[in-house]
Design a protein around this ligand. Structure first.
Ligand code: AMP
Length: 393
């Protein structure tokens, strides 16, 4: 249960609200001006609309893109104007007297958007004077940026020192879904863990061993486990410095009596491209000049059966190189069985969310998180700074 105050627990009427959203949406690669997936904006609308309907003055704040890119939030301002049917002025200065003067003149129900907060070095450094300046624009701080809740930055953490701080509806929804699926799940609870590297998932795998009934491994991390068990993995991706940890994880899973399943067969390719020669082989017998790029048909059938009989499934990381069509089948089949089955399906953001979106299955999942890193850290049992900073109920 979320023990933090939400936007519904405070009076927002006539107040200037600094609303931190996660508008870090993907833009077209060429011009960087067209939004290619607006899920994160759509997911922010409930809190924005609530504040407008309750006569608040809404000062929106977000980052977009990588820090060094210094991208503008202009495409987001335009999309927000379309969705809200009202003016959303983009304020290029985000601290200082000019912006203060502007926000002081706002009327109830007005919305402005501050320019990309990561254009300022002090944002990520969580500089105290920057946090204080940013906070001085508003009377209340609302954090609804789940995707950056695992970062202690000025706009996600620092400002909360200077303002009454509460969460928005998206953070509430994310935490409820993730918390229930991990801490109070309908069982059996199955975790599907894939992605490129075992190193980025060691924390979450270890933490999940205490919670889940079954772990299904897929993706590039498979081959570190298989090599640790003495298998031949050809030129598959492998982290040789993680073989000991992989072995320990396998031992721990055994001790705890949970099912920890590695793919018995793999689709392998002689090149990392759609033109490669491909074949299906046992995962521990991959020829020298081939690499594992997807789970094989026997594994797909086995995983499907486990998913169909699960009560809850949490999924983090694709089970193959889903970006290339010839290597996408395993990830697609897993996504489809999850979408069409009865288990509660929780998709942990990042690349698994991108895969589900690629196969147009988002609507059929119980919950698709807007935060890859944040949901991983939450599942690891870590306290997220952006949540910790908020007022307790
Ligand atoms: P992660 O960010 O760790 O969840 O990794 C996601 C990436 O893992 C995706 O871009 C996939 O293409 C990649 N991936 C999945 N399976 C494999 C594999 N067998 N070999 C190499 N990369 C993979």
């Amino acid at each position: 249960m979320l023990s933090k105050k939400s936007v519904q627990d405070i009076d927002v009427k006539g107040k200037r609200i600094l609303l931190r959203c996660d508008f870090n949406v993907p833009l077209d690669l060429e011009t960087k001006t067209t939004i290619t997936n607006d899920k994160r904006i759509l997911e922010s609308m409930r809190t924005i609309n609530y504040l407008i309907e309750n006569d608040a003055k809404v000062i929106l704040c977000s980052h977009i893109g990588k820090t060094k890119e210094k991208l503008s939030l202009k495409p987001v301002a335009n999309r927000l104007e379309e969705l809200l049917g009202k003016k959303v002025e983009l304020l290029e200065e985000i601290i200082g007297e000019n912006v203060k003067e502007k926000v002081n003149k706002m009327n109830n129900g007005d919305v402005v958007l501050l320019e990309n907060v990561r254009m300022f070095e002090e944002e990520e450094a969580c500089g105290d004077s920057f946090s204080k300046e940013l906070a001085s624009l508003a009377e209340i701080y609302v954090n609804d940026a789940f995707g950056t809740a695992h970062r202690a930055h000025a706009s996600t953490y620092g400002v909360a020192k200077y303002l009454p701080a509460v969460c928005g509806f998206l953070i509430e929804k994310e935490l409820e879904a993730l918390d229930k699926s991990i801490n109070n799940p309908i069982r059996p609870l199955v975790a599907i863990l894939g992605g490129a590297k075992v190193s980025s998932k060691i924390g979450v795998i270890t933490a999940l061993l205490d919670k889940v009934d079954t772990v299904l491994i897929g993706g590039g991390m498979t081959y570190t486990f298989v090599k640790a068990l003495g298998g031949n993995i050809g030129k598959s991706i492998c982290e040789n410095d993680k073989l000991d940890i992989a072995k320990k994880i396998l031992e721990k899973a055994k001790e705890k009596g949970i099912q920890f399943i590695l793919p018995s067969d793999s689709l392998v390719a002689d090149d990392f491209s759609n033109d490669a020669n491909i074949m299906v082989v046992p995962t521990n017998k991959i020829p020298e000049d081939y690499e594992g790029v997807d789970i094989g048909p026997k594994t797909i059938e086995k995983y499907k059966e486990i998913i169909i009989n699960a009560g809850t499934v949490v999924w983090n990381g694709p089970v193959g190189v889903f970006e290339l069509d010839n290597f996408a089948n395993g990830t697609k089949e897993i996504a489809e069985v999850l979408a069409n089955g009865n288990a509660i399906s929780i998709i942990g953001g990042g690349d698994s969310a991108a895969a589900v979106s690629k196969f147009n299955l988002e609507e059929k999942m119980s919950h698709v998180s807007t935060g890859g890193g944040a949901s991983l850290e939450f599942m690891e049992g870590k306290e997220l700074p952006g949540i910790k900073a908020l007022m307790d109920k």
